[in-house]
Ligand binder design. Structure first.
Ligand SMILES: Cc1cc2nc3c(=O)[nH]c(=O)nc-3n(C[C@H](O)[C@H](O)[C@H](O)COP(=O)(O)OP(=O)(O)OC[C@H]3O[C@@H](n4cnc5c(N)ncnc54)[C@H](O)[C@@H]3O)c2cc1C
Length: 316
């Protein structure tokens, strides 16, 4: 059963702890909740000039909500189901990655160990093809189900049709008006202890490297493919080249070399611990984060001639 709520603080749903209120907020636990909830919202009587827009929210670990909030309907995906269908693992898009990994350990399923410590939901990870430690969400996907929020049409896409690429998929481009509902993974049977130990290893690495003591949304910018650098620069930076999932220079390194470590606007700071994470020291506003992002982009452009591309999703 669903309830359409009003004036819900988005700060509480953002890992950044930043953002105003959602005018309308719908938490969905099934495909039916989406269909019925959106239909009901469309029947809601609002001013004639009101533009009906949607935003799909997962775990809020990769979004920056505006200080003014969101003047539309936020659909919080809480489809929280995991089940086996023959040899495929069917996962609701609202399942937390951590819960999915617990299930994998419990059932000795191998293939997602790279995601140890990755926050957020599986749906959010699919949309942005989240990845780390040489793994990407796409790697074990067979099919993805979704609902088009304009037509309420349900669709199933094969792996190829999802158009996965570095930190992107069709759900970020031409199918951005769809909410991912279920994902089918093909995992392999492995040894429980080995799977668990690989996951724990990634969690430990993250705790050591990431400034988890402050609210943040992970890496603010995508890493930069080495093809974007001049031959001379590649020679100078060769010691930093990382192959994940292809040859890149980590943006954390670029920001550090540009002298941006610890750069601050209001309570938004580029962390010294990981120089591709912006942390909220307490009362950061979305505007502070955006200004800091602009400064970083400008300084890196001037210093390296490189255009940094934000990974975080801005919600206006
Ligand atoms: C400490 C930390 C470490 C991180 N490390 C990594 C990392 O190693 N690699 C990496 O890639 N990312 C990383 N991230 C970023 C983030 O965790 C991932 O991108 C995550 O997969 C986002 O999932 P989410 O559910 O929180 O998505 P949200 O933040 O809620 O949403 C992100 C985007 O996905 C869309 N979305 C969410 N759910 C759905 C759905 N069901 N259907 C359609 N669209 C949807 C939203 O509309 C939004 O545009 C990190 C973040 C933090 C805070």
């Amino acid at each position: 059963m669903f309830v359409i709520q009003q004036n819900i603080s988005l700060k509480d749903y953002s890992n950044f702890k930043i953002g105003g209120k959602a005018r309308y907020f719908l938490e969905v636990k099934s495909v039916n909740d989406i269909l019925e909830g959106v239909r009901k919202w469309r029947e809601t009587d609002i001013e004639s000039n009101f533009q009906r827009k949607y935003f799909v929210l997962g775990g809020g670990t990769n979004v920056l909500f505006n200080d003014a909030g969101f003047d539309g309907l936020v659909i919080k995906n809480s489809i929280d189901e995991i089940r086996m269908e023959e040899d495929l693992l069917v996962v609701g898009a609202g399942v937390l990655m951590s819960k999915l990994l617990d299930y994998c350990v419990e059932n000795s399923l191998s293939g997602l160990e790279w995601a140890g410590g990755l926050p957020g939901t599986v749906g959010g990870a699919v949309r942005g093809n989240a990845g780390a430690y040489r793994g990407e969400t796409k790697d074990k996907i067979v099919e993805v189900d979704s609902v088009n929020l304009d037509t309420l049409e349900q669709k199933t896409r094969t792996y190829d049709q999802c158009q996965f690429d570095y930190r992107t998929s069709i759900f970020k481009t031409t199918a951005a008006n769809e909410v991912i509902t279920y994902i089918k993974f093909k995992l392999t049977k492995g040894k429980k202890e080995e799977i668990e130990s690989l996951i724990e290893d990634k969690k430990t690495k993250r705790k050591l490297r990431h400034p988890l003591e402050y609210p943040n949304v992970g890496s603010i910018f995508k890493n930069v493919p080495i093809g974007k650098f001049t031959k001379e620069q590649i020679k100078q930076l060769s010691q930093y080249v990382k192959d994940d999932p292809f040859a890149v220079i980590p943006t954390a390194k670029i920001n550090f070399l540009a002298g941006l470590s610890g750069k601050r606007v209001g309570d938004a700071k580029l962390s010294e611990k990981h120089t591709n994470f912006i942390v909220n020291l307490g009362n950061a506003k979305a505007e502070d984060v955006k200004k800091l992002i602009e400064i970083i982009i400008k300084v890196v452009r001037e210093k390296f001639g490189i255009e940094l591309e934000p990974e975080v999703m801005f919600v206006d």
